[in-house]
Design a protein around this ligand. Structure first.
Ligand code: SF4
Length: 123
């Protein structure tokens, strides 16, 4: 057996060991074998307060401009960002609302079905 043959045999063994190690590594960490997850679908555009759905619930982008006569139930400190239907981070400027799928609302917005999110505070 020549040195060249041994060298070729060693090379082939090393390659086989290397190929076997890749699936073993993937089994040890299944996330490593998966392609990157696609980004979450982006929410749609900003809800238009003039849209029929928004008007039906009295949605406004700025809760400080709620008409008190038309909405006597509105209290200071009620905003979309502290509403139970808000699904974004409390400090997000805008985010999804369960009542308006495919749209985002303003964190400072408000509508007639506002309800305090558990653990949130007014303001
Ligand atoms: S349900 Fe809550 S988060 Fe959605 S628009 Fe009305 S006040 Fe804002």
């Amino acid at each position: 057996m020549s040195n060249e043959t041994i060298s070729r045999r060693t090379l082939i063994k090393g390659a086989l060991v290397g190929l076997a190690a890749v699936p073993a590594a993937a089994l040890a960490n299944p996330q490593a074998a998966k392609p990157a997850a696609p980004a979450a679908p982006a929410a749609g555009g900003l809800l238009d307060p003039a849209s029929p759905q928004a008007k039906a619930l009295g949605y406004v982008h700025d809760a400080n401009k709620v008409d008190p006569k038309a909405n006597p139930m509105h209290k200071a400190g009620q905003f979309c960002h502290n509403c139970v239907q808000w699904t974004a981070a409390a400090d997000a400027p805008q985010g999804p609302c369960n009542l308006f799928p495919g749209k985002v609302v303003k964190g400072g917005g408000w509508c007639k079905v506002w309800a305090l999110k558990p653990g949130a505070k007014l303001g």
